[in-house]
Ligand binder design. Sequence first.
Ligand code: ZN
Ligand code: ZN
Length: 343
Amino acid sequence: MKAISKLSREPGLVVTDVPAPVCGPADVLIKVKHAGLCGTDMHIADWDAWARGRIHPPLVLGHEFAGEIVEVGDHVTAFKTGELVNAEGHIICDHCRQCRMGDGHICRNTSIIGVDRDGAFTDLIAMPATNVMPLNGIPTSVGAIMDPLGNAFHTVLSTEISGNSVLVIGCGPIGCWAVGIAKAAGAKQVIASDVQGRRLKLAKAMGADVALNPMEVDLNESIKDLTEGEGMDVVCEMSGHPTAINQAFKAARFGGKVQLLGLPSGEVPINLSNDVIFKGLTLYGVIGRRMYETWHKMQSFLSSGLLDPTPVITHTFKLDQIDEALEAIRSGEAGKVILEIES
Ligand SMILES: [Zn+2]
Ligand SMILES: [Zn+2]
């Protein structure tokens, strides 16, 4: 079967032929219909420092996907063939301390599909049945983005939103979804910040009350004006940019919550005394999705119509158009890019 692979320890991705995976007794075999392309795939394609330290080629990429079950392992009773599903791509050990305390998203032994083992940019993927979620009527094009959408849900809904003011810094796809989720969850005011006008437009389309470009306005002064000098109840930092992380701490009100999802590429200098400790901030590091609380929340928001994530999906490509797909992301023109995988 055709697959988007990393074959050697150098930049680039190739479309190759790989053998079909075997469905183990506790697995289901899924025919992939849609898959999402994201920053992680860009890092692997570009072969940056993170990729060089983590990735062991040959590897089939892809960790965001949805499709149809075509085979069910002997020990699996919860699923049948023909069901449309997606899956949590973090495969966890179930026996470390975090797993056994219900915090599987921070399992010390996590193996990620498309990163640590073969992924979903191909026709078939075998997944442990415990990771698989039924789509319950959600189309596979949306099912394919529920991994990054789940990051947004995890970021926003792990603190109190109802009646609170929320600032989202960094309006890539996950930031734009965070805006929509905060609105849907009853935030009194949602402010979006990004250095790109095109992204701010998308944030507005997802419901941001105010969109600010910190290259054009003084973000902290604007926040003060918009909140009667108080600052924000909740700040979601989605960019990982050192300046933005500092802005996040400054924008939060005394006693505010700062949800940190964006990954900086190195160390970030922070005035901990003035900007965190004396302000009594609570910081939360967001990794993955809570298993499976985040998935159930997400399904509720999607199937009830509380959130429509589709305005953020701007481009769809076929599997062998991977170069064009990467180019669309690099150009800065794209929101979320998905692949349509036909057999
Ligand atoms: Zn991703
Ligand atoms: Zn574990």
